[in-house]
Design a protein around this ligand. Structure first.
Ligand code: AKG
Ligand code: FE2
Length: 323
């Protein structure tokens, strides 16, 4: 059984200034589509030819999949290294990935840039990994520079859909080339998302399987189409799913909205839960393991008791407006 889901538009704001963003948009903790913000010359300059010429043959690690819907559950993608210009040619030229491919003709590509050393604390920074392009993009100064976490270059084939997930940082996603459909869900819908870690198991958000994921259609979906030059503000913890309608070039910037010491220092992607949250989740996991020592019916009963403790906690913090 397939279910359908209505959606609400993401609020659109034109020609937003730093002051307007800080006073009216950021405090709402809701996604916002920002139009007409000065992002520099990249919107006119960043043609496929230009970015190929500026970056050249530098090797980049990309997701490659035979399906446009990249799926983390049965990992229907591989990581492959390609020269940057070859990636751009294959992803932007219809038919190009038909001749040269890793998996199947017409395969799909997605680049999410990373820092030089991903095992360490090195995060993506376009100024470091793409210095010849960084000067063309003006990242809005809508946050304190001490809170900057990373800036990520994203390139993808038309049709690529990135699974629904949340990040723990506030985010400005700047769409430079191509259109993209963004679907978002509030953190308050977390129980309807069927999460595994930071990712939703509901892969086909347009035709969700209602037998497997009956509560998904209860969630409130927000949606917008991003045009080149648009920026979307995605507050930390908001679930998002990106569907590229064209060959896409985007840059996003993550920053820390809360006190720096709450964030995991070893987080190359900006998706590790805050230290207290991560500890709390570990404790719940340990608590359920502890119950493994009891017979099934007792375990079931005490898990339900734990759920009722947590449910009461949700109601209380909702009343206090702190949820
Ligand atoms: O635009 C995309 O392809 C995905 C964006 C995303 O997940 C992000 O900016 O956090
Ligand atoms: Fe994300």
């Amino acid at each position: 059984m397939k279910g359908t889901l209505s959606s609400s538009p993401v609020s659109v704001y034109e020609n937003v200034t730093k002051e307007q963003f800080l006073h009216f948009i950021h405090p709402k903790r809701e996604p916002a589509l920002l139009r007409g913000v000065d992002i520099g010359e990249c919107t006119s300059k960043w043609t496929s030819e230009y970015i190929c010429e500026k970056v050249g043959v530098v090797g980049v690690k990309v997701h490659v999949s035979s399906s446009p819907q990249m799926n983390f559950i049965n990992k229907n993608f591989l990581y492959k290294t390609l020269p940057f210009d070859e990636l751009v040619k294959r992803a932007s030229t219809p038919g190009c990935a038909k001749k040269n491919h890793f998996l199947v003709p017409g395969e799909f590509y997605y680049l999410r840039s990373v820092g030089f050393d991903r095992r360490g604390r090195d995060t993506a920074d376009i100024k470091k990994q793409f210095p010849n392009l960084a000067g063309d993009i003006r990242i809005p100064d809508f946050f304190d520079e001490n809170c900057f976490f990373s800036s990520v270059f994203r390139i993808g084939s038309p049709g690529v859909q990135l699974w629904t997930h949340y990040d723990v940082m506030d985010n400005l996603l700047i769409q430079v080339q191509g259109r993209k459909r963004m679907a978002l869900f509030s953190p308050s819908d977390a129980l309807n998302m069927y999460l595994i870690g930071d990712k939703s198991q509901v892969l086909d958000i347009d035709n969700p399987d209602c037998h497997l994921y009956p509560k998904f259609i209860l969630s409130q979906r927000y949606e917008c189409i991003m045009e080149p030059g648009d920026i979307i503000f995605i507050p930390a913890l908001w679930f998002h799913n990106a569907l590229a309608l064209d060959f896409g070039v985007a840059v996003n910037v993550f920053w820390k909205n809360l006190k720096c010491d709450l964030y995991d220092k070893n987080d190359p992607y900006g998706n590790k839960d805050l230290i207290p949250a991560n500890r709390a989740i570990q404790m719940v996991e340990n608590a359920t393991k502890l119950l493994d020592t009891l017979p099934h019916d007792y375990k079931d009963f005490y898990i339900k008791r734990m759920i009722s403790i947590l449910e009461t906690k949700i109601l209380k913090s909702n009343e206090e407006g702190q949820f």
